[in-house]
Design a protein around this ligand. Structure first.
Ligand code: ADP
Ligand code: GLC
Length: 496
């Protein structure tokens, strides 16, 4: 049987460009499919902010002009192979230049509508006819819509299937209908409440939800949550209606890249059998580097995150003094985001330089050093579709302290002192003092029951967060869709 052909269409992807977990997923998951049966490739924009190292390796495939925004627009296609996966890059510098992939919402709608159109138009020219296009988040959510529209006339696209994975329902690509129509070129008939209209605006993500053949999101719990009004971001109704085609599949991490035994960013590598010494060295070196009090017995809490409301930083802000009053605590933060939180962490770091280190920047190497050096990892999210940071923290033996929501609930098992189980700490209600009490509790276990804390660290490091099981679940979805496609091809039409 011929291989199932799948194309990931995504707006960011490791190692080329990353602003968050989406890039980790797009960079790792394609490597974990069974290569004998699946040919999975990835397409993303050729941003000028992709590092020169990769841009120089890209090879020209083709170029053409496509009608978009009332004019013929250039589309270049480049390619390279990395980690055994074929990547394609869509080139048009009028859309994909600048220091950051995202920006002004108006411009972004146009940019990613263009990307979606260009991806579909490029397929016949690059010699890859996917059975399934796997779209990710609002940036590629118009692909199922365009596929249903302009591309229906051509046999090449007939019965081609689509999957939409929602990594974060908060971001939907919304604009007022008249501008949205102009920017996307979609006909007025699409802007009804059962299609792309949402609360009188045009909505890219909703388009994907309506037109994709399957929808997935990145944990079982988040799948259930988004079907409620609180987490549903205005789309709970349509997601409930689509329940029979909607799956929660938890993310994994790239266990080759995120491996404390080999990670070159660390001061010392370690495994689950020698982590006590390895983590001690990493902690001491990090304390020295960032001017924290050098104390191997300090309870070092790490944070690596976008500094936004989603991640629960209003809780942290509310009880920051109390956290720092717990004897022996130190805090190291790495992140950028809302000015309010950046300023808060900076202020504490200025005031208590030996206890708080605030690194308001993006640094892959420092993030890895923090995961390795810290004893606990704080992630009290308001909502969390999956969360990769807590998975990386577990792998590096930094015990997560999390709120029980979305993927945090599904991946962090709270410590049970009676049964000697668990790999982290958690609290239920979105309440600053509940969080504080759990931090106090974690610190007391660390100080007063070190052997229990060590046993928990071993459990954390040994847990399986590889992509294997989840990649197999995506494979089942691709199989189903390919079978549907073949049946429709054989019938000469589309089965309803
Ligand atoms: P989200 O995608 O919502 O931001 P995830 O937990 O899924 O959250 O993924 C975040 C990813 O981004 C992790 O790999 C984390 O280590 C990384 N990250 C977040 N902020 C920074 C930063 N300032 N510097 C380096 N890496 C960061
Ligand atoms: C989003 C979510 C995060 C998830 C990531 C990758 O950014 O906020 O929870 O882990 O996507 O799926």
């Amino acid at each position: 049987m011929s291989k199932t052909k799948v194309l990931f269409a995504v707006s960011e992807c490791v190692p080329f460009l990353k602003t968050g977990g989406l890039a980790d997923v797009a960079g790792a998951l394609p490597k974990y499919f069974d290569r004998e049966h699946y040919d999975v490739r990835v397409v993303l924009p050729k941003y000028t902010c992709i590092s020169g190292e990769y841009r120089e390796r890209m090879q020209y495939v083709t170029h053409f002009y496509t009608g978009f925004q009332f004019r013929d627009q250039y589309v270049g296609v480049l390619t390279l192979e990395e980690g055994g996966v074929r990547f394609y890059f869509i080139d048009n510098e009028s859309y994909f230049s600048g220091a950051w992939p995202y920006g002004d919402p108006y411009r972004d709608i146009e940019k990613f509508a263009f990307f979606s159109r260009a991806v579909l138009s490029a397929l016949p020219l690059i010699g890859f006819q996917p059975d399934v296009i796997h779209c990710h988040d609002w940036q590629s959510a118009l692909i199922p819509v365009y596929l249903n529209d302009y591309f229906q006339g051509s046999l090449f696209y007939k019965n081609m299937k689509t999957v939409l994975t929602i990594h974060n329902l908060k971001f939907q690509g919304i604009y007022n209908v008249p501008d949205f129509r102009t920017l996307t070129g979609l006909d007025a008939s699409y802007f009804t409440p059962d299609k792309l209209e949402s609360y009188e605006n045009g909505n890219m993500l909703k388009g994907g939800i309506v037109y994709a053949d399957r929808i997935t999101t990145v944990s079982e719990s988040y799948k259930v949550e988004v079907q409620t009004e609180f987490f549903g971001e205005g789309l709970s109704g349509i997601l409930k209606a689509k329940d029979h085609r909607f799956y929660g599949i938890v993310n994994g991490i790239d266990t080759t890249s995120y491996d404390p035994a080999t990670d070159p960013a660390l001061f010392k590598n370690y495994t689950a059998s020698n982590f006590a010494e390895g983590k001690r060295v990493n902690k001491t070196e990090l304390q020295k580097t960032f001017g924290l009090r050098v104390d191997p017995d300090a309870f070092l809490i790490g944070i690596v995150s976008r500094l936004t409301d989603q991640k629960g930083f209003d809780l942290v802000e509310c009880v920051m003094r109390e956290i720092l009053s717990i004897p022996g605590t130190e805090l190291i933060v790495l992140g950028t985001g809302e000015q309010r939180y950046e300023a808060m962490f900076r202020a504490y770091a200025e005031h208590l330089p030996e206890q708080v280190s605030a690194n308001i920047c993006y640094s892959e190497a420092l993030s890895r050093r923090i995961y390795a050096a810290s004893d606990a990892f704080l992630m009290p999210s308001l909502f969390e579709p999956c969360g990769l940071s807590q998975l990386i923290a577990l792998r590096y033996g930094s015990l997560p302290i999390v709120r029980e929501t979305g993927g945090l609930r599904d991946t962090v098992k709270p410590y049970n002192e009676f049964e000697g189980t668990g790999n982290g700490f958690s609290f239920t209600n979105y309440n600053a003092h509940d969080m504080l009490h759990v931090i106090e509790y974690a610190c007391s276990v660390f100080k007063n029951h070190p052997s229990e804390y060590r046993a928990m660290t071993v459990r954390a490091m040994q847990a399986d967060f590889s992509w294997k099981a989840s990649a197999a679940k995506y494979e089942r979805i691709y199989d189903e869709l390919k079978a549907e496609k073949q049946a429709e091809d054989a019938n000469g039409g589309k089965n309803e």
